[in-house]
Design a protein around this ligand. Sequence first.
Ligand SMILES: [Zn+2]
Ligand SMILES: [Zn+2]
Length: 394
Amino acid sequence: MLISVDDIVFRTIDAASHDLRKLSLSIHDNPELALNETHACKAITDYLKSRGFKVEHSVAGLQTAFVASYVSPAGAYGGLRIGFCSEYDALPGLGHACGHNLIAISGIAMFLAISAVLDACRIPGTVRLFGTPAEENVGGKIIMQKAGVFDGSDLLMIMHPTIGYSGTWHSQCCQKMSVEYFGKASHSAAAPWDGINAGTAASLAQIAMGATREQLRPDWRANSIITTGGEAANIIPEYSRIECIIRASWAKDLRVLEQRTLDIFRSAALATGCTHKVTTEFAYLDNQDNPVLGKMYEGIMREKYKVPPTFGQGASTDFGNLSQSFISLHGNYDLAGTGAPNHTSKFAHDARTEKAHENTLFAAKTSARVAARCVVDGVFWEQVKKAHADRLND
Ligand SMILES: [Zn+2]
Ligand SMILES: [Zn+2]
């Protein structure tokens, strides 16, 4: 009997379903914040090792990052290097309200499926599963990318539960910044002229941010709060701090907005005589979808769900940074059909349901079928590469 590549994908993922469900629940029941996902990381890597895969721990200097790999019995030479990402960090106070317990198992499912395809078809190639911590905060993938962990990848994929589905999703760029102002304390009534008011610097920066907001493009955001503004009204504040997040649809716009924000921070320091220090975190860049991969994914999802894909734009992901350099698919799928938005307690509840598990495995099979087609259909793969090159030249 001849088995199709799709059948290998279905059978492999169905056979792992029970183990994946156990892993997903174990991660959900033990929510861990960015870079502290030791339980999740151990549970996943123990499972992969029990199935005979090679696992490299603590990659890029991150204790909870790993890379599992599989080389086809036909060898690596001349084949594609395909990578899948698992996430497993939770949100403070809300647990797995972004469903990263499911992103963990969808990554494993796709990894197992494509390893099985290479094995059964004796096609050369390499499959890697990247355990990528700290998506909600810090940006684990960005640190791993800078360390060269993803180097050599021909194709990278990740899944994410949300409302509706899409394979051609363009996320927002997002960057966290903070500024500290350093002045000089003095008695507000006895000798205010001896002080340098860091609280005033923070207020001026806030006012300038507000005034600038009128001139920002509709898709740009600049949100800021004063986290420290002074300690007592009878002391001229010697220290203040602002936390701010800027967003834009495109990386080049984010750079403009960043520059404007830096100018504002500097001008408030100048106006008050304070010194200042800006801390800028890694920017999460926009997700550059590949229309050929995305359309195939959406086609299969549409057949099942009988509704068109969603075209929402909000939210940001550190996978966006990978999509700027690598051919990639960020497949979104509907969590459990309840309409609960990400980052809510209802979403966390739904991420534990049997329905969410079913939807996750269906979406993982869909993405794995797209990946398998890249492996077995040279014409399709050429179209994928051309779409990527066209996007880069836009
Ligand atoms: Zn999230
Ligand atoms: Zn998420």
